[in-house]
Design a protein. Structure first.
Lengths: 186, 225
């Protein structure tokens, strides 16, 4: 069965089609939520933010030019809003660059879910990566974004995307080694 | 391959492996990675690590759950509070043409392809103009040649095009048979097409339908009011 493309939905939304908005929301809201949640680490904040993201989609649909995939465009909006929310947090007055460098060593609900097999250890290490390393790994592995798309979402050059991914993976290997899992790389 | 290539290639390939595992590389780069993996057992071993990471990243994200139903309610409450806006005719027109062609083939047609298809249609003189009647809420395509006040004059059929039919196939089919789009798509991918400007008697109508049914572009066709 054919499904209406995201681009067609966006054009309908630009014309004020509420039903098209419902379809687009149903199609993407879980992934956008998970992307935001991994950045802000707070479910209530993530829910508020995805509501804002989709409201922006409703408002800006007429300006969408189709140069990138709709999902890429939405993740860009989501990222901007998540980073803005992080900056607003009263207990987090660090600038974005500094905040992204900090690795979160504390256990959180994601970690609590993990069981102590190799996969679980790997997942635990994924939660301990810095925000920028978590982000690039999620965009590539979970959100299935190409090098070009990750560059567009994060606003960094494509070469830097590849380098960041490489170092994120390298960092994960180091974290695994600390947990007693030696992958023999790097 | 020169010395520099030998030194740089493994790093370059290694950098691309995550995207290869995720299936988001271009065909050319994917081939480069596959060739390197076939040649280099150590690289293949590292690629297995990449696949592990991919699996566990998906697993981790899938455990994050989903937002509550209240999010959608809150969103649409905000949307309902937004000022009403006028539909943008050009965008809606483009969307409808895009939707029409998207339903013809499993391929995903980009905006540019839709625009090109529209140009072909216009150039062929098949549809001399498409009027989107936003004022009265009519969501169908209306050929400009059909008087807006009498959209139901003529003989019509419901048609579903074969899944493998391309936009060019459909354009050729419509042109060759002097058909024009009068509405759709309806559920099931059905379009309403005008097959004659005036009423046809039943025998003539049946004959036209049988002839059209024989075309490989057509998956299903039946008369309609």
């Amino acid at each position: 069965m054919q499904t209406t493309s995201d681009e067609v939905l966006i054009a309908r939304i630009a014309g004020g089609d509420r039903l098209a908005m419902q379809v687009l929301f149903a199609r993407h809201h879980v992934r956008v939520y998970r992307f935001v949640l991994r950045l802000v680490r707070n479910e209530a904040t993530a829910e508020d933010l995805i509501s804002e993201v989709f409201l922006d989609v409703w408002r800006q649909a007429g300006r969408f030019e189709g140069r990138s995939a709709v999902s890429t465009w939405m993740l860009s909006i989501a990222r901007f809003k998540a980073l803005s929310a992080l900056r607003r947090r009263s207990d987090d007055e660090l600038d974005e660059e500094t905040a992204e460098q900090i690795e979160d060593q504390a256990d959180d609900p994601e970690t609590a879910l993990a069981k102590k097999d190799k996969g679980a250890v790997l997942r635990e290490c994924l939660t301990k990566l810095s925000a920028e390393h978590r982000e690039v790994i999620d965009l590539v592995y979970y959100h299935e974004k190409s090098v070009e798309e990750v560059a567009e979402i994060t606003g960094i050059p494509e070469a830097t995307v590849k380098t960041r991914m490489f170092y994120a993976r390298k960092k994960m290997s180091e974290l695994l080694k600390e947990q007693g899992v030696d992958r023999g790389w790097p | 391959m020169n010395t520099t290539d030998k030194e740089q290639a493994p790093g370059d390939i290694e950098a691309l492996m995550p995207w290869h595992a995720a299936g988001t590389l271009s065909r050319r780069d994917a081939r480069r990675v596959e060739d390197a993996l076939a040649r280099d057992p150590e690289l293949a071993r590292r690629y297995a690590l990449v696949r592990e990471e991919l699996t566990e990243t998906i697993h981790l994200n899938e455990t994050l759950g989903a937002p509550s139903a209240g999010v959608m309610e809150a969103l649409f409450a905000k949307i309902d509070a937004e000022p009403k806006r006028r539909a943008a005719p050009s965008l809606n027109l483009g969307a409808r043409i895009s939707e029409f062609f998207a339903s013809l083939s499993p391929r995903t047609l980009a905006w540019s392809a839709s625009a090109a298809a529209l140009a072909i249609l216009l150039q062929a003189g098949l549809i001399t103009g498409v009027v989107l009647n936003e004022q009265n809420g009519n969501r169908d395509f209306l050929p400009a040649s059909a008087p807006a006040t009498a959209p139901n004059e003529g003989a019509f059929a419901l048609i579903r095009f074969a899944p493998q039919a391309t936009s060019a196939d459909v354009t050729t089919f419509l042109e060759a048979n002097k058909l024009s789009l009068a509405g759709g798509p309806a559920p099931g991918g059905l379009y309403r097409v005008r097959i004659a400007a005036g009423k046809l008697d039943k025998d003539e109508l049946d004959r036209r339908i049988r002839a059209l049914q024989a075309d490989k572009t057509v998956d299903f066709i039946a008369t309609t009011q």
